[in-house]
Design a protein. Structure first.
Length: 234
């Protein structure tokens, strides 16, 4: 939330400065207070004080160093929802830049890589949720992406082929199908296999179900590969 400053008709970003070094805080305050775009609402010297001041002062942006945000548990700050973080650091080491963004930072500046006007621009951009990074921070993030392990795209698995008609029936049913293909009647098949006609009929019904056929002609066509085999029994 960007509020109206009482001393100016222009909108100002409310900033809280958080750094464990008093001289650094004074330097940042001097730069920001020299701008008509930012209003410094307070300062903090460590993590605990930063959280407390952020809750009581409701800043739009916290301008913080790594030292002020450091914690043993490596957890993100429990800040109010509206408070966005601009880290100002002496380091451009990749793991520190990564740590800042993983723990909620929106922007990252490196001492020696920005001028006073850029500090003000970074605060304003951060308040608008637009990341603002020094060249060294950009390089660190690019290197981070380059070294991340990206899994190779896996080809789509080919669909499993439908089992052949012979794989769907039992050995006895396959034997019976050979007789059907030869044009023999149920009575003739029963005589050759030394079973009753009822047994032959039962086998044929099972074959029809397994192969998705409805007639003798259709089951012969499927068996010989002259007709498509249904994906599921009818």
């Amino acid at each position: 939330m960007i509020t109206q400053a009482h001393s100016s008709s222009a909108t100002r970003v409310r900033a809280l400065i958080s750094d464990d070094n008093l001289l650094v805080r004074l330097g940042i305050r001097s730069v920001l207070e020299g701008s008509d775009m930012v209003s410094v609402v307070g300062e903090a010297g460590d993590r605990t004080e930063t959280v407390s001041r952020a809750r009581s002062l409701s800043p739009d942006v916290i301008v913080a160093s790594h030292g002020a945000l450091a914690a043993d548990d490596d957890a993100a700050l429990a800040l109010p929802d509206q408070a966005l973080v601009l880290v100002v650091s002496h380091s451009q080491e990749r793991h520190l830049v990564e740590h800042a963004f993983r723990n909620g930072a929106t922007s990252y500046l490196i001492h020696g890589q920005f001028a006073a006007a850029e500090l003000v621009a970074a605060v304003v951009a951060t308040a608008a949720r637009r990341p603002y990074l020094s060249p060294g921070a950009v390089a660190a993030m690019v290197e981070s992406f380059r070294t991340q392990s990206i899994p190779e795209p896996q080809p789509e698995p080919e669909p499993e082929p439908e089992p052949s008609p012979r794989a769907r029936v039992s050995r006895r049913e396959a034997e019976l199908m050979e007789h059907i293909v030869c044009g023999r009647t149920n009575r003739e098949i029963a005589a050759r296999l030394y079973v009753t006609e009822k047994t032959v009929k039962n086998h044929i019904n099972h074959i029809y179900t397994k192969l998705g056929a409805r007639t003798r002609a259709e089951v012969i066509a499927i068996w010989l590969g002259l007709a498509d085999q249904p994906t599921a029994p009818r």
